[in-house]
Design a protein around this ligand. Sequence first.
Ligand code: NAD
Ligand code: RM4
Length: 266
Amino acid sequence: MQEQPDAASAGINRRLVHKTALVTGASRGIGRAIALRLAAEGARVAVNHPAEDEAARAVVAAIRDQGGEALAVSADVSDANQVAAMFATIAETYGGIDILVNNAGICPFVEWFDLTEAIWDRVHGVNLKGTFLCSQHASRLMRAQGHGGRIISISSISALVGGSFQTHYTPTKAGIRSLMQSLAIVLGPYGITCNSILPGTILTDINRAHYEDPATMTRDVGRVPLGRLGEPDDIAGVAAFLASDDARYVNGAEILVDGGLFVNLQ
Ligand code: NAD
Ligand code: RM4
């Protein structure tokens, strides 16, 4: 594989050379930033997207343009058959997997009294069941390979605190954090570490409409001691750390990446 002058000149380490990663929901937002960062550190990256998606092809092209290796893999992470087919493609193409980033997630902002069973099921299906399905497939491959692995799940500050328009969503993020804790125990003996990242508020397509209201934006920025909402790149470096050998003894942990929002209560 070619060297990456861009990564080197940006001071980015090449900690993931010879590693294969899958990032779910990697065509936009936080997933896209993580895919680009893992590739910049030398990993081959499978860029998951749920359906026909021009943006996923653009992420693959951006990685190849900087000398990296990437593949777009389509699957709705809530669908067991599609997930199985995606992992078969990755195993066939790259021979296995070393790093899984469970990032795909949805959060339609909905009032509690308007919440329907269909919305509840869909949010749980994508966020929590998707994390279960992908983690089980990845860990089976990692166990068979016999040299450990990394499972990193994008939980949320919403695993720790409530959200009035997120009554369907916060339980999925608490569930993802809890799943990583249990899997840290189950998979630790195979050298597979399982950790969560808990982003605070990162401005992406998931919440952009919510922040079109300037009063909401001013209120929420005012709650963050660092004085700004997060950006996808604020999460990408933390994911790369957890994927790397620098985090080899980090297991069953979580990293809150929120600019100080959570501790700003008094
Ligand atoms: P986003 O809407 O930009 O990205 C979500 C990604 O998930 C998209 O690429 C989308 O195509 C993909 N996706 C949706 N449904 C899918 C499915 N069924 N199968 C596969 N992929 C699917 O939002 P984002 O903010 O980048 O969110 C990424 C993750 O970060 C989510 O899990 C979200 O809950 C979490 N998160 C976001 C914030 C935030 O403030 N933005 C904070 C904490 C956690
Ligand atoms: C996150 C967190 C953010 C919100 C997004 C949609 O987990 O709750 O504040 O903007 O979800």
